[in-house]
Design a protein around this ligand. Structure first.
Ligand code: CA
Length: 225
């Protein structure tokens, strides 16, 4: 089992390396955020032990970037901070477990072994039309390698279009599936959202995935436009 330790306190990093190697792990160490991220992306690790306060990139940024790139290697976050908020944020960004410093070596090894047994968390299938992709679990959207920043509602509209790619959907269909039942506003709200989505997923990339079918509704090209 190959583990990457990203920790800028050198004495702690080296003692983690020695300890984990004594327990039979192969261990690589990165002392700053940028090299941690590039090593994590270059090699297939079985798990990553990740400090949060790092020079270069914050641990959360490393975590979010890996998940943005579909890398689901189990991540155990180490942190000196001990607040509920930090833990929640870490887990939201796709970390799998969390350990507050100081910790004992046997506890670290036990948590790491638990993560390795679980393996990379299974994620629901990514929805895709060509190079336009949406991960329903993390609500992230990509056009090729670009991560798109969409609002919660825009993601929901796009998810519905992707689940029915190639089909003509009326504004009413979209409204019924994306807005809750007690929405009694103007159905033309759908137009507003489609307009915003077009700017972000199509116009910004010179593409035309969302087609307007006059008098009928919209169709997302199955090939992503
Ligand atoms: Ca640190």
């Amino acid at each position: 089992m190959r583990v990457l330790v990203v920790e800028d306190e050198r004495r702690l990093a080296m003692s983690l390396k020695r300890g984990l190697e004594a327990d039979g792990f192969a261990v690589d160490v990165a002392f700053d955020g940028n090299s941690g991220l590039s090593m994590a992306r270059e090699h297939r690790y079985d798990a990553i032990v990740l400090d949060l306060m790092l020079p270069g990139l914050h641990g959360y940024q490393i975590c979010a970037t890996l998940r943005d790139h579909q890398n689901w290697t189990p991540i155990l976050i180490l942190t000196a901070m001990d607040g509920k908020l930090d833990e929640t944020e870490g887990l939201d960004l796709g970390a799998d477990d969390y350990l507050t410093k100081p910790f004992s070596h046997p506890v670290l090894v036990a948590r790491l072994r638990a993560l390795l047994r679980r393996g990379a968390a299974p994620r629901p299938a990514i929805l895709a039309a060509g190079d336009l992709r949406l991960d329903p679990a993390s609500r992230r959207v990509w056009r090729g390698d670009h991560v798109l920043r969409l609002t919660v509602r825009e993601v929901s509209v796009l998810e519905y279009l992707l689940r029915h790619a190639g089909q003509v959907l009326s504004k009413r269909d979209i409204l019924d599936h994306v807005w809750d039942d007690d929405f009694d506003g103007d159905p033309n709200i759908v137009e507003v959202y489609v307009h915003h989505l077009r700017k972000k997923i199509d116009i910004a990339f010179g593409r035309r995935a969302i087609e307007t079918i006059r008098g009928a509704g919209y169709r997302l090209a199955a090939d992503g436009g």
